[in-house]
Ligand binder design. Structure first.
Ligand code: TXA
Ligand code: MG
Length: 329
């Protein structure tokens, strides 16, 4: 572990990034969803460093990032037709597929599982890095375990900047929420994590129903409650609950943050409103930045105004529930 801060650099550092990966080091890089913490997926020692840096349990599997769909056969086996159809339609893009693991894939990457998560990210720096490196890059989100995922290089720096050598800076992540995860290793396709690409879009391409498992049996930290959580106790509430909690907090002289698409009065420096867009794609894009901004204010409580309970808001709702799973007012 290094004590000094990681170098933050753009395209000009691609060659160095490849060198670092080749000698078993870690490089954070932008994707269209969130920043990833990358290591050579074929190097078990490098992969173990990811778990150490993130302080993530080693039985939680990682996503392997590829440059081209033709590489799928090196990482997965018994690949169903629907996987090729989805790759054709959505890659590069914010969709990760779970497939049976190729026997050569180190178990360190898959957390000991017989399946593997694969995706091609849609970001020019990520794709250039993957092409120049040539192999698969294992990369979870570049945050400490259970923290909010980073959508800017500065977020990565504050999360793990003292533990890695290089952060490739690609600006703001376009999507802002982690990829949709679809499990294609079972009898029927299942969404393990909702994201920008919806179940309906996937069903349209493969001509099959896609379900949401009621209980996830595979080890997927993204499916644990209390993932993506800010440090400040955060509560998800309806508008009337929010008004009630707000009154209570103010009576107790607590400092409160509100995350909402609506307007609320910002009272005497004790109420901080983080106004959100009322479109689900724009909301998703801004969510993690907004949570980080509120978190930095050192508030007593964050009140999160509920968003509509419909299909378009599924991914946002999922992350809001996870960000607020632990707290009470
Ligand atoms: O958008 C993303 O997917 C970002 C960027 C960097 O690509 N990555 C990301 O990685 O979110 P991570 O590790 O934070 O989340 C990956 C999710 C976890 O919930 C993990 O358990 C699940 O994918 N996963 C990976 N392999 C799996 C497998 N074989 N079976 C079930 N879930 C798996
Ligand atoms: Mg993560």
């Amino acid at each position: 572990m290094m004590a000094e801060q990681a170098r933050v650099a753009g395209e000009e550092a691609l060659g160095d990034a490849v060198d670092i990966l080749k000698r078993g080091g870690l490089v954070a890089f932008p994707t269209e969803t969130v920043y990833g913490l990358g290591a050579d997926a074929c190097n078990p020692a490098a992969v173990r460093r990811i778990f150490a840096v993130k302080q993530r349990p080693t039985n939680h599997p990682l996503i392997v990032h590829l440059a081209a769909a033709s590489q799928l056969t090196q990482w997965a086996q018994a690949i169903p037709d629907v996987a090729w159809q989805l790759a054709e339609q959505f890659w590069p893009g914010p969709l990760a597929m779970i497939l049976p693991r190729h026997p050569d894939v180190p178990l360190a990457v898959t957390g000991g599982q017989q399946t593997i998560a694969l995706r091609i990210p849609d970001n020019p720096l990520a794709l250039a890095l993957l092409r120049q490196f040539g192999g698969g890059i294992a990369a979870p989100s570049a945050n400490r375990f259970n923290h909010v995922s980073p959508t800017q290089a500065a977020h990565v720096l504050s999360e793990i900047g003292d533990r890695i050598e290089l952060i490739l800076d690609g600006g703001n992540c376009r999507v802002g929420l982690e990829s949709t995860i679809v499990n294609l290793s079972g009898r029927e396709p299942q969404i393990l994590r909702p994201g920008h690409i919806t179940a309906e879009q996937i069903a349209d391409v493969i001509g099959q129903k896609v379900c949401f498992p009621s209980r996830v049996e595979t080890r997927a930290p993204g499916t644990l409650a209390l993932h993506y959580a800010p440090e400040t106790p955060s509560v998800l509430c309806t508008q009337s609950e929010l008004l009630h909690h707000l009154e209570q907090c103010l009576a107790e002289k607590r400092r409160v943050g509100i995350l909402s698409c609506r307007d609320y009065p910002q009272d005497e420096g004790r109420v901080y409103l983080q106004k959100m867009p009322d479109d689900p794609v724009a909301y998703a894009h801004d969510l993690y930045v907004a949570l980080r901004q509120l978190d930095q204010l050192g508030l007593d409580t964050i009140l999160v105004d509920a968003v509509p309970d419909d299909e378009n808001w599924l991914a946002v709702n999922d992350r809001l529930r996870k960000a607020t799973a632990a707290a009470r007012v």
